[in-house]
Write a protein that binds this ligand. Sequence first.
Ligand SMILES: [Zn+2]
Ligand SMILES: [Zn+2]
Length: 237
Amino acid sequence: MQQLSNHVYGILTKFNLLNQYVIVNGDTLTVVDMMLGASDVDHLDKQLRTSGWTVADVDHMLITHAHPDHIGGLNAFQSRSNATTYAHRIDAQIIRGEADGVLADPDELGWFNRMIYNMAKNNEPAAPSRVDVNLGDGDKLDTILEGLEVIHLPGHSHGQVGYYVPQDKLLIGGDVMMRFAGSLRTPLRSVSPDWTAVKQSIRRVAQLDVEILCLAHGKPLYRANPIIRAYADRLTP
Ligand SMILES: [Zn+2]
Ligand SMILES: [Zn+2]
């Protein structure tokens, strides 16, 4: 684990293709998102052990959204941990297997995004998992860390949320944006059901005070405020 701020650690993968984050508050241990599958639970356990914990010690599991690269390991994780699991109420239905995930409207896509869409629509959904707490915008999760706030960031998924740590001016933003080759980018269009909301959510992030932006795909960004605001300004309406 790599310490990113006072309370937040990253389990960063090669090229930052898919990152996982850990919030530490004294004895309270929280993990954000559960990657692709069971082997990632083993990897999480190995990473936690370097700091003296195990998967069984995780108290809270926060989910940003119900895509298979964020919940693929959740079912396996829950067989090894009693952590309370949280997700936005819309994506919670997908995680529980009560609703299907929603992709983009293929008629709105160009050929490249339609190709990715055709691959994504054949993906097996993740095994259904438990969600204990349904979240909504503005919820405060003080039991995890004083002031920790749920920010609804729809678009890439109708029920995507970010987790804002005001004490560290840090946002764990899921796939609200990606960061590759040093630059912020929109998430993949083919798997984002509401493109207007995608851009509104990026503008919403630009209005927060974010010194450190932690994304699932891409290297954590420090001194993020002016960079996010300049990027949001460049987005077409
Ligand atoms: Zn996603
Ligand atoms: Zn993702």
